[in-house]
Design a protein around this ligand. Sequence first.
Ligand code: IPD
Length: 257
Amino acid sequence: MSSYNERFEFAKEMIITSGQYLLSLKADRTKVEVKQKNDFVTLADKENEAFIISQIKEKFPQDGIFGEESGKSEDSLTGRWVIDPIDGTVNFMHGFPDYTISIAFEDEKGVLTFGLVYCPEQKELFSAFKGEGATLNGKAIHVSQSTDFSRELGLCVYPHRRREALDLYQIRQRRILDKISDLRSVGSAALSLCYVASARCVLYYEMFLGWYDIAAGIIILEEAGGKVTMDREGDYPIHIAASSALIHDTLLEAIDD
Ligand code: IPD
């Protein structure tokens, strides 16, 4: 087993355990801090990230780590874990089921090697290993092959933390809606990418994301045959347009001002 494979298998077990921990907290999601306007962190985010990091450090002490809540470790020659302990914190706080744990691994050159996104409430584990395709609970998934976009769903999320971008966003959202049947917003960027990967919808557009929100979802979507275009300044802010391969040019035209 290659060392990346070993890490992948280890991460699969760890992410399920961490999901069980979040489910066990059902009754108490009220310990919340405000990081900045409209940006929240619960005690569960912090504890879950601490749990994941402690497991990684025990098994792979030399690896680098970039966690949403704890930030970045020193660069490492063996690669880096990118962790979002709860992607969809606001859903989690309000009892919506669409929150996930998102874990990706980048090699020492920063290339995504594998990604895992787990939704504990639905017991859905999306995963992908570079060059080996993407799966949902172990079964292969592929992006939509539909060309009749007028029947298809998309996911768009307005810039809730950066409302100065709302006018521009609304023009783009209108142009995206004109190409498809309807829009949804699930409240977890990682899950949104997985919903495109598994053909539940054909596109996803959101501005002002962090790398930890999307790293795992990106490799899952790409391995499922999807396409991702990013406007990126380092780890934040990242604007993402992601879709099935067949609608990608149409999506890019819709957000081109
Ligand atoms: C958030 C989710 C949400 C997106 C936000 C992200 P968090 O991540 O991905 O879908 O709209 O912009 O910050 O804060 O819950 O990890």
